[in-house]
Design a protein around this ligand. Structure first.
Ligand code: BGC
Length: 740
């Protein structure tokens, strides 16, 4: 059965029609206008900061003056009063939201409430791991829980829409925004999408602690050529449908309330004005009934794309294509009225967009409860339950990449800590930290302090800076073991943070080499928002922990793993290359005619290893698991795989059982392996469990050269195990075969 994003009652539908009948064209356009609280767009930049930016040469004098001109409409109160604004983005603070809401409800002619949207991507004040990190937990329940808490805190500050989840599949770690999604795999990203929508929205977005979600960015933004942000995406329709669209379909099926289009063009057409994407697929094929929002300023950017000549044409094309809400570009506000007068847009088309915005507002319960209790937030931000979840999410997101046995740390060791990132709280929060505050985060040094473990610390090397050998020698002189913190600042990933070199920056690698020379055993802890190409660090470190940007409780989560209070269970959801030049790199590439091998004329680079630094799904723990008795049986709606997994170590742990498939023969080349199912299983030392995984019948569908959806058939290789290189195999003939 079709699941609608939200439904409003017949009575509310009547109210919507009555309102539309009363609205002037200006008021209608106002409902479609979403702006930030300041003249500089969605980001709250004070005049003081603006002046500083000017001083530091970050903006030109012209830009500064242009922004100043807008200062009189900084709070935009008069525009709200006259019904020119339907919603805000980036408004931070419950008092401010309520203040503006009072104006909308009590002082505007029709009293239509506003809604407030914010990028609550991985938490509001309690910050959870960045999505790429969290995806490594392979834990759908966790994805949902962290979204639920994020929604709770956001709703308490007046936010009723989050611009999340970001469900762009990304196969190129140079793209900074890989940090915001669930990595390179379509199936995992789809599971992530569904769980996040459930978490943010629950069963009713009108509830006090729920908010509307937004599936973004529609679509193929993660396929930006060369990993350069905002770049074109160019791909076959088959790849679009098989790899990039499924998470969005999953979001629709999960009832997501809104969609956001992406900045990029796809095969030459800006997604902002793609009728193919917005009408043919989203509305007509998928029956999405929620509201569609443009990305920030994207309608205006159509001029730069060169597909329209001015803002008026941009507004017309966007509305015609199906964008209901114009985020930040003001194109609708400045132009749509004329377009209606000139009949370039019909008033009915305008009404349809307004209807969708009003439905969202009714569904959010804003007509009945427009205001937010100003006290509830402070009581819950970073409360015990929320920080506990952040700590748990943090430790489940950590991926242990190497361990020669040095971890978990023995007690009573003298520990030295080096590296800037061990002491920088705000960098722990990662990109898009909503209302997170740096000083409220726990950094690695805080983590040691909370355990009353004294360490000797020297910065020795900034992320981008030079390495101070004397400081290093001083720090490690008496130490039995060294913890070296390296990686990226929070703003080195995320939007507009693409890199062509994804190795360690500055002289951080030199610092690691010096530790090696000094003969000190050391554990490297990496803080980063993307896979890093760090073969040397892997080689010389005794252990390597991928700690990402873990949020508010980062330091505690890492210490839980370092000291063995938590047995690491995270698995990579994006392949780690040996060199930046290997990007894009992903495990589920299609079969070539010359598979990668030692043979000269095979698919590979001459100057790189045949295998990635770390494959998809990879991650160690403090124990080991074995697999046996793998079978697959056909069931009514799909297949059921069964395998026995045993913990053969001495420590309890959680294994992520991963099931991959490869179709032996098809009409189009198929991926060498594709994740089809996964399950987490907790095993005590010596314990074994029979694990069952279900694969939907549709999982083997693909598109032929004519774009017909065909059922996969014939022999399929199934692999089950610990990561994407798993070798335990069985073959099944789809449509009636048995196990080999
Ligand atoms: C980003 C979106 C974000 C929006 C609002 C844009 O620049 O691409 O992901 O939701 O800003 O902050």
């Amino acid at each position: 059965m079709e699941k609608l994003s939200f439904t409003v009652s017949t009575d509310q539908e009547k109210k919507i029609e009555a309102l539309i009948a009363k609205m002037t064209v200006d008021e209608k356009i106002g409902q479609l206008n979403q702006v930030g609280p300041s003249p500089v767009g969605g980001f709250e930049i004070s005049l003081k900061e603006k002046k500083l930016m000017l001083k530091e040469g970050k903006i030109t004098k012209e830009e500064f003056e242009r922004d100043l001109e807008g200062v009189q409409w900084d709070t935009r109160e008069s525009d709200v009063r006259s019904g020119k604004i339907g919603s805000f983005l980036g408004m931070r603070g419950v008092e401010k939201c309520n203040h503006m809401q009072h104006i909308a409800v009590e002082e505007s002619r029709l009293g239509i409430p506003l809604f407030f949207g914010l990028d609550v991507v991985h938490g509001l004040r309690t910050i959870f791991p960045i999505p790429l990190a969290e995806s490594c937990s392979f834990d759908e329940n966790l994805f949902e829980q962290t979204a639920r808490i994020a929604a709770k805190e956001a709703a308490a500050t007046g936010i009723k829409l989050t611009f999340a989840p970001m469900i762009d599949v990304c196969r190129d770690a140079r793209w900074g925004r890989i940090a915001e999604g669930a990595g390179e795999d379509t199936y995992l990203t789809s599971r992530f999408a569904a769980a996040k929508v459930r978490g943010f929205q629950g069963d009713d977005i009108a509830k006090d602690d729920r908010i509307a979600a937004c599936a973004k960015h529609f679509v193929a933004y993660g396929a930006a050529i060369g990993g350069r942000d905002y770049n074109s995406a160019d791909m076959s329709l088959q790849t679009l449908w098989e790899t990039y669209l499924p998470p969005f379909k999953e979001a629709v099926d999960s009832g997501v309330a809104t969609f956001m289009t992406s900045f990029n063009d796809l095969n030459g057409e800006p997604c902002t004005t793609s009728k193919y994407l917005l009408k043919d697929i989203l509305r007509n094929k998928w029956r999405f009934n929620g509201a569609v929002i443009s990305d920030s300023g994207a309608i205006g950017e159509l001029i730069e794309h060169g597909t329209v000549s001015d803002k008026a044409e941009a507004a017309e094309q966007a509305l015609n294509a199906g964008i209901d809400i114009d985020m930040s570009s003001m194109c609708y506000t400045e132009n749509l009225k004329n377009s209606v007068l000139r009949s370039n847009i019909s008033e009915e088309e305008l009404n349809e967009a307004v209807r969708r915005v009003l439905r969202l507002k009714f569904a959010l319960g804003l007509f009945d409860h427009p205001y937010t209790d100003e006290l509830s937030g402070e009581k819950m931000y970073l409360c015990k339950a929320h920080t506990q979840l952040a700590r748990e999410a943090g430790r489940k997101s950590i991926v242990l990449l190497k361990n020669d046995g040095i971890l978990p740390l023995k007690s009573n060791l003298k520990i030295a800590v080096v590296g800037e990132l061990a002491a920088t709280r705000k960098e722990m929060l990662g990109t898009w930290a909503a209302m997170g505050r740096g000083d409220e985060a726990v950094c690695l040094l805080d983590g040691f302090a909370e355990r009353n473990i004294s360490v000797s610390y020297e910065e020795c090397c900034k992320v981008n800076g030079t390495f101070d050998r004397t400081a290093l020698e001083r720090a490690v002189k008496d130490a039995d073991i060294v913890i070296a913190a390296v990686g990226e600042y929070a703003d080195m990933s995320g939007e507009a943070s693409s890199l062509c070199n994804i190795g360690l920056h500055g002289e951080q690698e030199k610092m690691l080499s010096a530790l090696k020379e000094l003969g000190k055993p050391f554990v490297t802890v990496m803080f980063n928002g993307r896979p890093l190409a760090v073969p040397k660090a892997v080689k010389i470190s005794n252990a390597l922990i991928e700690a990402w940007h873990l949020g508010s409780q980062a330091g505690n989560s890492i210490c839980d793993v370092l000291f063995g209070d938590y047995n690491p269970s995270g698995r990579l959801t994006a392949t780690f290359p040996n060199h930046s030049g290997e990007c894009p790199i992903y495990y589920n590439h299609v079969s070539t005619g010359r598979p990668t091998s030692e043979i000269r004329h095979s698919c590979k680079y001459m100057d790189a290893p045949l295998t990635p630094l770390f494959p998809f799904g990879y991650g160690l723990s403090y124990t080991e698991y074995t697999y046996k008795d793998f079978i697959i049986n056909e069931e009514k709606n799909g297949l059921c795989a069964e395998v026995t997994v045993k913990n053969i170590g001495e420590i309890a742990g959680e294994e992520t059982v991963q099931l991959y498939a490869h179709m032996q023969k098809a009409k189009r080349v198929r991926p060498v392996r594709e994740l089809k199912a996964f399950k987490k299983v907790y095993l005590n030392p010596g314990e074994e469990k029979r694990v069952k995984l279900f694969i939907d019948r549709c999982a083997f569908q693909y598109y032929d050269m004519q774009m017909n959806l065909v059922e996969g058939s014939g022999a399929v290789d199934f692999f089950i195990g610990h990561d994407s290189t798993a070798s335990l195999k069985t073959v099944m003939i789809l449509g009636g075969g048995s196990n080999e």
